[in-house]
Design a binder for this molecule. Structure first.
Ligand SMILES: C[S@@+](CC[C@H](N)C(=O)[O-])C[C@H]1O[C@@H](n2cnc3c(N)ncnc32)[C@H](O)[C@@H]1O
Length: 273
């Protein structure tokens, strides 16, 4: 039985579709990380919170027929989507488990790499996920994370609707114990979890008109709409007005849209016996 957890982005149909597109949009950054980690043929890898696709395809290609990739996903719909993706792409070296990443049931110290992308930034008590990731890695194996830090998410010219909606999202997340600035805390959290030689790579992107992530803030507001109204952080009329204003601003090709800073951090477990 998977316990309830106020996962920040929720499971609207539109959000599940967005995560499918995200797999392609973030593939270049993830490939950079896997190059630096050195993911190679024969590796055994776990991806926690793989969503409908995540990095399963990228990892499967790298570890090859002699390797193994396990995706772990707590949402039954997302796990089913990931299973269909694996079947459609004939990824014989990948399996997807419908399980909680805090308690996967997988054998300890049996994987060369355990990774997660944009999972810790959306859940309360991320340390529990990290602990399980460390438990799964073999002595000397690697934990690699890719998370966000929302403070660089902005546009130019600045717009009060953008500032206000970002504040609301952060406040709403905080009320459920979710830290949207966790990205920059990753190296510290990883060292505290017992990982050594933690290395870091930050990325910030500009999203031009037509880019699938240009409207991301509005997508997130829609995901969190019911929650924010329920939390009495804002009334519906004001929320509608702010989203309409921001949409117009982001549709203007002259508006510069900058992403959150994405922090990739990776480190290894010490060579325990
Ligand atoms: C923002 S999505 C990212 C999906 C994918 N990693 C990617 O980058 O495209 C976060 C995913 O983590 C999953 N998730 C959240 N908490 C989880 C947990 N405790 N165990 C496993 N999956 C979890 C969510 O269901 C969701 O599919």
């Amino acid at each position: 039985m998977i316990e309830a957890d106020p996962y920040f982005l929720g499971y609207r149909q539109e959000e599940q579709d967005r995560l499918g597109r995200q797999a392609l949009e973030l593939a270049a950054d993830s490939n950079w990380l896997f190059d630096h980690v050195g993911v190679s043929a024969g590796w055994r890898v776990v991806e926690i919170g793989c969503g409908p696709q995540g990095c399963l395809g990228l990892l499967a290609g790298r570890v090859g027929a002699a390797g193994r990739v396990v995706g772990v996903e707590r949402s039954v719909e997302q796990a089913q989507r990931a299973q269909s993706f694996v079947a459609d792409c004939h990824l014989a070296n990948v399996e997807v488990l419908h399980a909680d990443g805090r308690k996967t049931g997988l054998p300890e110290q049996s994987f060369d790499l355990v990774t997660a992308r944009l999972v810790l930034v959306n859940v309360p008590q991320p340390e529990g996920l990290l602990q399980e990731m460390v438990r799964l890695v073999r002595p000397g194996g690697i934990v690699a994370l890719h998370e966000a830090e929302s403070s660089t998410q902005r546009c130019d010219p600045p717009h009060h609707a953008q500032t206000r909606l970002l504040e609301l999202l952060n406040a709403s997340a905080e009320m459920d114990g979710i830290d949207r600035t966790i990205g920059s805390k990753l190296p510290r959290l990883m060292r505290e979890a017992g990982l050594a030689d933690v290395r870091v790579q930050p990325w910030v992107h500009a999203y031009p008109v037509g880019h699938g992530r240009r409207m991301l803030l509005l997508d997130f507001v829609e995901n969190a709409r019911v929650r924010m109204l329920g939390q009495k952080l804002i009334g519906e009329a004001e929320l509608n007005e702010l989203t309409a204003l921001l949409k117009r601003h982001l549709e203007d090709p002259e508006t510069l849209v900058l992403s959150s800073v994405f922090i990739q951090a990776w480190g290894h477990t010490t060579d325990r016996p």
